[in-house]
Design a protein around this ligand. Structure first.
Ligand code: GDP
Length: 489
């Protein structure tokens, strides 16, 4: 990722062509939105997304496809708006950054200046006592490109990435098209497991059977292990970029899943929303409230940031992932969705497109023009992340003295209440020799063959527990209730 014209395409081209030329495939390449290169028997897959928008879009859809972001910064130009955006997106996704300082062949190149500029964004080079890997390269003269690859591999090693080769494959659609002659084609990256020819799968609302797997060198292959970008034939329609790809046991399962997704899509639900719940927000631990704040002027932005930094709580923390000046844009909405963030507009309005996108995506844009109202709202949202106070009270105990049968009620536990009281709607536990044997609810309480609402200490009674019969002499029936109270900050 990086600013336009800083050399992303050039770097990728050099890496790829070097590999294609030295490789066994004679230079035939296939555009599938990603390329795999090999370095000292390590395989790296570069995703050729045109910028941070696509990256964020994928994340918004529950897809964390990228393990490392390579940030390209031109040494003659420095940190630019899209550089900053890229850093924010990578950070929000918790993806480590390796910096490629490009165009170092130019006489006006000043790599040290770039390193200094990046300090402001908490990217600290190793020679400045930080731990961000930065490599001074030139796509033009091919300076240090090998070193760049080594740094990416080193970063991957630090991450200790692991995946399962054996399981059924899952993946993500990068692009898709309808090809004259070949029909629908989906370009995917296998993320786990190994994809095999003949596998049945679902992708978004579509399904199919893998008829052919073609790799980025244009070669037909029978199997695609994890992280391989491939082209797939056999899907029953055009998938969408960012759609999931899941291999299932058989045709029936694949059809059923795609049909049920189509049904859900018809009634307006997001059939893929389960994916966004689980993986998209891995950057956010349960006790952090992500915030995106757009304000009118620098002064108010600073004031809000300051005020938020004063909100202290042991269990929940506000985390500003973006505080910027200007109207709320589509990128802000997408970022809010991807990071499960609260999106606040202070004295600014959303653009028409952002408003429409927010409506479609179900993202709330909260508008304020008084700072303490912003803070109240943030505190309220933080309170929502707190676990409620849950208390359990024991209301009574009964000892089982004998078991008898009552026609129509089955087995009944003849009890004596030894403490407190038990009523006919109590939650109860059956305790035997100190162990909880069953937890459920009282079904009925009898006194002298009559049903009663409650019994208290000293009284004898018959108790039945819902869906349980196996009472034994000496068992203890303990009645309890649980109260839960919402907490606030
Ligand atoms: P992108 O927009 O980030 O993909 O940038 P490009 O790869 O299209 O490069 C933008 C321009 O910078 C092109 O004219 C390239 O030829 C030039 N360029 C890219 N890398 C280098 C480099 O290392 N040195 C020099 N001098 N020019 C470069």
């Amino acid at each position: 990722m990086g600013h336009v014209d800083h050399g992303k395409t050039s770097v990728l081209d050099v890496l790829r062509s070097a590999n294609v030329v030295s490789g066994e495939f004679g230079g035939i390449t296939q555009h599938i939105g990603a390329y795999q290169i090999e370095s000292h028997s390590n395989k790296l897959t570069f995703i050729d997304t045109p910028g941070h928008a696509a990256f964020t879009e994928m994340r918004a859809r529950g897809t964390q496809l990228t393990d490392v972001v390579v940030l390209v910064v031109a040494a003659d130009d420095g940190v630019k708006p899209q550089t900053i955006e890229s850093i924010k997106h990578a950070k929000a996704a918790n993806v480590p950054i390796v910096v490629a300082i490009n165009k170092c062949d130019l006489p006006e190149a000043d790599p040290q200046k770039i390193k200094n500029q990046l300090l402001e964004y908490e990217l600290i080079a190793e020679d400045l006592s930080g731990d961000t890997l930065m490599v001074e390269i030139s796509a033009k003269t091919k300076l240090n490109l090998e070193k760049l690859v080594e740094s990416i591999l080193l970063q991957a090693e630090i991450l200790d990435l692991k995946t399962d080769f054996e399981s059924k494959a899952t993946g993500v659609v990068l692009e898709s098209k309808i090809d004259v002659g070949r029909g629908p084609v989906a370009n995917i990256i296998v993320t786990t497991g190994t994809l095999k020819k003949g596998d049945f799968f679902v992708s978004g609302l579509k399904w199919g059977k893998v008829r052919a797997i073609i790799n980025d060198k244009g070669k037909n292959i029978n199997e695609a292990p994890p992280s391989t970008p491939v082209e797939i034939l056999g899907i029953n329609g055009a998938a969408k970029a960012g759609d999931d790809f899941i291999v299932l046991d058989n045709e029936k399962e694949a059809k059923l899943l795609s049909e049920s997704r189509a049904e859900e899509a018809k009634v307006g639900k997001n059939p893929l929303s389960f994916a966004t719940q689980e993986s998209a927000f891995s950057s956010k631990s349960a006790e952090e409230l992500n915030l995106i704040i757009k304000s009118d002027v620098h002064g108010s932005s600073e004031a809000i940031k300051n005020a938020i930094s004063q909100i202290k709580h042991e269990e929940v923390k506000p985390k500003i992932i973006l505080a910027d000046i200007g109207m709320v844009t589509e990128t802000d909405v997408t970022l809010a969705k991807a990071s499960n963030a609260v999106l606040i507009a202070f004295n600014v309005k959303p653009s028409k497109e952002a408003k429409k996108l927010a409506e479609n995506e179900g993202i709330k844009i909260s508008s304020y023009n008084i700072i303490y109202e912003v803070l109240d709202y943030i505190k309220k949202r933080m309170s929502g992340l707190l676990m409620p106070d849950v208390k359990e009270n024991i209301s009574g105990n009964a000892e089982v003295l004998q078991i008898f049968k009552v026609s129509g009620a089955g087995k009944v536990a003849g009890c004596k209440i030894t403490e407190g009281e038990i009523n006919s709607t109590s939650d109860v536990r059956l305790i035997r020799d100190g162990n909880i044997i069953y937890t459920g609810k009282v079904s009925t309480i009898f006194r002298e063959k009559n049903q009663v609402k409650n019994v208290s200490n000293g009284q004898e009674c018959g108790i039945t527990i819902k869906d349980y019969m196996d009472y034994q002499k000496g068992d203890i029936i303990e009645a309890f209730n649980i109260t839960s109270k919402e907490r606030t900050i």
